[in-house]
Design a protein around this ligand. Structure first.
Ligand code: AMP
Length: 173
């Protein structure tokens, strides 16, 4: 038996696993919430009213470099969402007659939302399952932001890079 060898004592193993597991569970626990992303991205939302025309919607989408608009009523309540996909579909269905149509006629009324304390992984699942790329964020029932699937995926990639760096540092010492 080499002189440096020391028979393991009770509790040694527990200490070792606690160290590595704490890193893994810390990162897993840190599965970010919507709040973290919204704090980083900001709370601005671009909205339009149901009576606006698609012509107006197209201008706003182009000016703001965005892919969807929230539709709100006179009280600011969320009543729908209109994405570039809705407009493209209608352009194909009603060529030459699309732009004068109203937002109300073309929006999706049953809007799925998320809240600040939702986990990003859950939001990502909602978006992939529902096949849409935009999700409004509500706080106490009021609009407080908008996330795109790109925002969520990019954030998750950053997190994964950070986790990989932490693991590398742990190995290198
Ligand atoms: P998108 O992929 O976001 O451009 O949207 C694809 C389709 O889903 C369009 O018909 C949108 O109106 C609709 N949509 C977009 N976001 C949502 C949402 N959060 N909830 C329900 N429908 C949505």
């Amino acid at each position: 038996m080499p002189s440096s060898f020391q028979a393991p004592k009770r509790g040694d193993k527990a200490k070792e696993t606690t160290h590595s597991q704490s890193l893994i569970s810390n990162t897993a626990q840190e599965n970010a919430t919507v709040r973290k992303l919204i704090d980083h991205k900001g709370r601005s939302v671009f909205s339009i009213t149901p009576d606006d025309t698609l012509s107006t919607a197209v201008k706003v989408l182009a000016d703001k470099h965005i892919g969807a608009l929230l539709v709100t009523d006179a009280d600011g309540a969320l009543v729908g969402i209109l994405s570039e996909r809705d407009i493209v579909r209608k352009l194909a269905a009603t060529p030459g007659q699309t732009l004068p149509q109203t937002v109300a006629e073309n929006m999706t009324k049953n809007v799925q939302t998320c809240s600040l304390d939702d986990q990003l992984v859950d939001v990502l699942k909602t978006m992939t399952d529902g096949r849409f790329r935009h999700i409004p964020v509500l706080e106490d029932g009021k609009l407080c932001g908008m996330l795109t699937i790109g925002d969520v995926v990019n954030y998750r990639l950053l997190e994964l890079e950070y986790e990989a760096m932490q693991l590398k540092q742990m190995i290198v010492g």
